[in-house]
Write a protein that binds this ligand. Structure first.
Ligand SMILES: Nc1ncnc2c1ncn2[C@@H]1O[C@H](COP(=O)(O)OP(=O)(O)OP(=O)(O)O)[C@@H](O)[C@H]1O
Ligand SMILES: [Mg+2]
Length: 204
């Protein structure tokens, strides 16, 4: 497929929301009628398990487990991505992971989820450096920070947003709030779009 877009969701920090952003974004794009593939690049296989939790209604897009490909995941991604408009790659929590680096080589966009806490920001520094390295060879790679679990109008959220201004990767102005529905949707292998509320608007 021409104009295929490969999006790698990555950061070193565990629990920052990589799998959540990957799966909810997949749901948002599928709801718009796009052909989407999720690649699980994490040996924890969260994305695979999420989709497998689906009961009556299947997860809206296919999820393939390519974690075992390691540093060769770039070739596997390119092969599979050819059949889809969007391929979203969920990475393991490590900035030095061969999976992240290799996926970034063939990506158009890196999404770096950051919870609104300084710990997450520090945890994102390693991947920022990897992204900058890869950008030197992959000129089509853009990058954005996704602020996740944001508690709007708190001093902490404001401080993290301010600190991100000097981070080197621009942040989306749309932030994802801390909402139970993002967790709940994984329980039944769906996405927030099944709930059709404000949470799904943030993702869209
Ligand atoms: N916006 C949100 N609101 C509420 N809960 C959230 C939100 N984003 C993520 N979570 C929850 O936070 C936890 C960590 O999220 P997730 O598993 O997506 O992070 P991760 O970066 O993929 O973690 P890992 O590094 O282990 O792969 C999960 O329990 C998830 O359901
Ligand atoms: Mg994960």
């Amino acid at each position: 497929m021409q104009n295929t877009m490969i999006v790698t969701v990555t950061t070193r920090k565990g629990g920052a929301g990589k799998s959540t952003v990957t799966m909810q974004l997949a749901g948002a794009l599928a709801a718009r009628g796009a052909a989407v593939l999720v690649v699980d690049g994490d040996p924890q296989a969260s994305a695979v398990q999420w989709a497998a939790a689906a009961d009556e209604k299947p997860f809206p897009v296919p999820v393939v487990n390519l974690a075992a490909a390691g540093s060769r995941i770039d070739r596997e991604i390119l092969e599979q991505a050819a059949h889809f408009e969007y391929t979203l790659v969920d990475c393991p929590p490590a900035s030095d992971s061969p999976v992240s680096r290799s996926a970034l080589w063939v990506s158009n966009l890196a999404l770096v989820p950051v919870n609104s806490s300084p710990l997450d920001l520090w945890g994102a520094v390693g991947i920022r450096d990897v992204i900058e390295d890869v950008q030197a060879v992959n000129e089509k790679l853009h990058a954005r920070v996704v602020i996740n679990q944001c508690q709007e109008n708190t001093t902490l959220a404001r401080e993290v947003i301010e600190a991100l201004e000097g981070f080197g990767i621009p942040a989306f102005t749309t932030r994802i709030g801390h909402r139970t529905v993002y967790r709940q949707s994984a329980v039944f292998g769906g996405t927030v779009h099944d709930f059709g509320n404000r949470a799904s608007q943030a993702i869209s």
